[in-house]
Design a protein around this ligand. Structure first.
Ligand code: FES
Length: 78
């Protein structure tokens, strides 16, 4: 999420990465199998903000080598 804030959007991250606000909500376009499972907090927030399949909160995804090639579309900042 820090990469997204620095490079693309300044207006996301209202809860500062605690999975509460949903402003970093995004859809996974490619590479869904490379990300760890959701926490209960992320799942609860997504249930309130999303009807998009394969969506996640960017703040809950750690930037790691196994994400190489993944495509993620931010939709919470619209
Ligand atoms: S920054 Fe608030 S849910 Fe991700």
């Amino acid at each position: 999420m820090e990469f997204i804030v620095h490079e693309l959007y300044e207006d996301i991250g209202a809860c500062k990465g605690k999975a509460w606000c949903g402003t970093c909500h995004g859809a996974i376009v490619q590479g869904v199998n490379h990300i760890e499972d959701m926490s209960d907090g992320e799942l609860k927030t997504l249930q309130g903000v999303s009807t998009v399949p394969q969506s996640r909160l960017a703040c809950q995804i750690m930037l790691e080598d196994n994400l190489d090639g993944m495509i993620f579309k931010i939709i919470g900042a619209d």
